[in-house]
Design a protein around this ligand. Structure first.
Ligand code: GCW
Length: 699
């Protein structure tokens, strides 16, 4: 299933070529009338001005038009095209920077379009405008914007959009739209489910440049502008990425990304001054340490113009950090920020800091509290070029968690929301789990009831990549939708999950209506389905230790990781109330804090996250907790089987390779969901002794 498709016929091979391009496959549009309509606009291409991003836009428009419409556009050079005002030659696509185009000879043909200026667009925004003679203007406030305009226009063609009378203006919601790779120098990927690393291979860097270029195109097409290429767990080999003899290789990768408007970041080891610099300490307040970072950083910028900055996981899961020296996280982050500031770089400092050597007997210590407890007292203490990266939930990317109170608490510090595209706890790209409905709930969460939603307070987005060397990029083909959707949401968090899913389906799988309707339902239902056969009511975990795949109810119950469900014969859940529990509920603004504090007002789906309750506690749904567990596990497994049946129903409308590949995963999911169902139901029946009201088989 992974790697090259051997022995395929000619037709399949053509499909395969497109398939490797994910949603940028540019399959010829089947509808002839639509093709003719588009061709009337897309016959000529004029790039106004020069630069690497504009060159990327030109190449992309050319190959998209050639693929979608069947013939390449005539490329008219800026110098020879004075007639675009409508006379000979006819309409054209005109792409460039807004201010350059407005002052160029092409402006007259746009009279009716009153082109916006760079100020209106901002450096990354863009406009798509129809001109008087049928031309289409693709304008960026800056060069990146022009590239995004090109991809925006291409998306319209791919999704069958109307390209007449266009007056589109888009500006990204956030300046930071980042993807973090957890790629290791040896070519493996931590929590990777789609093959090896694109960037690293057995210690070598940037060997797959063609694929890295395609990767950059895909990222730019969804507006990603920052990428950290290595794992936040920085081991000895990756610490050396900052060394002289590695930087040139990193620079080659950065060059390819830069042409697509993407800044390269490196995850760094806080102890690098010791491990790489030979100093006796990494104390952030030691002048020699600060000097080492300054010099090292200056060298990075000499080799890598436009370098983004550093991502840091410190004092977390055995990584070194400022605590070793009795310093706090502001001391650590600010020292790195000062080294980066003169070059325009940013420190992305992760807030995933907690005690991973907890005693399971100790019920007062609560991992959920940790990020807030560590970082709230430091609000306002960070430099302007520090961004605190905060996981969306207080624990660790479970299928159901409340929103992290730290996201809502910090007011004087730049923050970025951290999501996990890779499906570590959500089926590892063997199960289908479209994550956008869950992310939308996070973004729309309004804790204080004052309309200050997470989407409004997040200054940026970062997410852990689900990409690898598999031919389809993400292992499970449908998991591409999570990658695609993440970028679209980071650009515009108000876009509906369903609309984004439909875009992806049309672009990646084609325009077939039955395929679209079937797959969108599968995507939209999949998170709820996954939740309904795995750990219930927000309690989390119940997975096999280490690799985190598959059911093991007590897998983490007696571990040091702070991840417990506390099930006994009478009840289950974690008391996180202020009154009798760990006090975590009190970290929220008043409205949410009081709702979570009482089992009567706590939402059902989070009941066991906040409360330890007897099995016969009634939910708002009217069911008891135990009956809810049984019912949803049975339904969940049935609905997982339904996903397979849905896919089978469109078998004839899919390329056989796509059909077979996804089918294999869905069949596994259906079987594995039964295993989840039976293990969880059996466990809770044995614990509680309460039989299923419907008398179904429990072992
Ligand atoms: O949940 C944990 C993962 C680790 C990961 C860590 C983190 C990169 O299991 O694999 O380490 O989160 O986010 O730092």
């Amino acid at each position: 299933m992974n790697g090259r498709y051997e022995g395929c016929g000619k037709e399949e091979r053509a499909v395969y070529g497109e398939y490797e391009q994910a949603w940028l496959g540019y399959r010829r549009i089947e509808d002839g009338a639509l093709r003719v309509k588009y061709a009337a606009v897309c016959g000529r291409l004029i790039v106004v001005g020069a630069g690497t991003e504009l060159e990327s836009a030109r190449l992309e428009l050319r190959s998209a038009i050639a693929g979608l419409l069947g013939s390449e556009p005539e490329e008219v050079s800026d110098a020879e095209s004075a007639d675009v005002g409508g006379v000979p030659g006819g309409p054209a696509i005109i792409v460039g920077l807004a201010d350059t185009v407005r002052e160029s000879r092409y402006a007259p043909a746009s009279a009716a379009a009153d082109l916006p200026d760079a100020d209106a667009l901002g450096s990354e925004g863009y406009a798509i405008r129809s001109g008087t003679n049928g031309s289409v203007y693709l304008l960026g406030g800056g060069a990146k914007g022009a590239l995004y305009a090109a991809f925006g226009f291409i998306r319209m063609l791919q999704t069958g959009g109307d390209i007449g009378g266009l007056r589109i203006l888009e500006r990204p919601a956030y300046p930071l739209r980042m993807i973090d790779h957890w790629d290791n120098a040896d070519g493996t990927v931590e929590r990777g489910y789609a093959g090896g690393s694109l960037f690293f291979d057995g210690g070598r860097i940037g060997e797959r440049m063609g694929r890295i270029r395609d990767y950059a195109r895909l990222q730019a097409s969804i507006g990603i502008n920052a990428v950290a290429i290595n794992n936040v767990n920085v081991h000895a080999e990756e610490t050396r990425l900052l060394a002289q003899d590695r930087l040139d290789d990193v620079a080659r990768v950065a060059d390819v990304l830069r042409a697509y408007g993407i800044a390269l970041y490196l995850s760094v080891n806080f102890a690098a001054p010791i491990e790489l610099g030979g100093l006796g300490t990494a104390d952030p307040l030691d002048p020699a340490v600060a000097a080492w970072w300054r010099e090292t950083t200056a060298e990075v910028y000499r080799r890598i113009p436009g370098f983004g900055g550093y991502v840091v996981k410190a004092d977390s899961e055995h990584r070194p950090g400022p605590f070793t020296y009795g310093r706090n996280h502001a001391d650590g982050a600010n020292m790195l920020a000062d080294a980066l500031a003169t070059h325009g770089g940013t420190v992305i400092w992760r807030c995933f800091v907690y005690d991973c050597r907890q005693d399971w007997r100790d019920r007062r210590t609560d991992r959920a509290r940790a990020a807030y407890d560590h970082f709230m007292p430091l609000d306002g203490a960070f430099r302007d070029n520090v961004v605190l990266q905060i996981k969306h939930g207080p624990m660790d990317f479970q299928v159901r968690e409340p929103v992290s109170p730290l996201l809502l608490g910090l007011r004087r510090t730049r923050i970025a929301l951290e999501l996990q595209i890779t499906q570590e706890y959500t089926g590892q790209q063997r199960h289908l789990c479209y994550l956008l409905p869950m992310w939308k709930e996070v973004l729309d969460f309004d804790a204080a009831g004052d309309d200050r939603k997470v989407a409004d307070v997040a200054g940026g987005f970062a997410a852990v990549s689900n990409i690898g060397t598999d031919a389809n990029w993400t292992g499970h083909l449908l998991a591409q939708a999570n990658w695609y959707g993440y970028g679209r949401l980071a650009w515009d968090p108000s876009l509906p999950a369903e609309a984004i899913g439909r875009e992806w389906i049309r672009m990646a799988l084609g325009p077939d209506a039955a395929v679209e309707e079937t797959v969108i339902r599968m995507l939209m239902d999949s998170h709820a389905i996954y939740e309904s056969y795995t750990a219930p009511l927000g309690v989390g975990w119940m997975v096999q230790p280490n690799h985190h795949y598959g059911p093991s109810v007590d897998g983490y119950e007696y571990s040091p990781w702070g991840t417990y469900h506390y099930a006994d014969r009478d009840g289950i859940g974690v008391d996180r109330t202020v009154a009798t529990g760990t006090g975590y509920a009190g970290q929220y603004p008043a409205a949410a804090a009081s709702a979570y504090e009482s089992p009567q007002t706590c939402p059902d789906e989070l009941l066991l996250f906040f409360h330890h309750v007897p099995y016969d506690t009634r939910l708002k749904s009217g069911k008891t907790v135990i009956q809810h567990i049984y019912d949803t596990r049975f339904e969940g497994a049935d609905r997982a089987a339904g996903l397979l049946a849905a896919w089978d129903s469109i078998a004839d409308s899919l390329p056989s390779r796509t059909y077979v590949e996804v089918r294999t995963r869905l069949a596994h999911q259906a079987e594995h969901a039964r295993e989840w169902r039976d293990q969880l139901n059996t466990y809770f029946y044995r614990k509680s002794g309460i039989p299923d009201a419907l008398g179904r088989t429990i072992y």
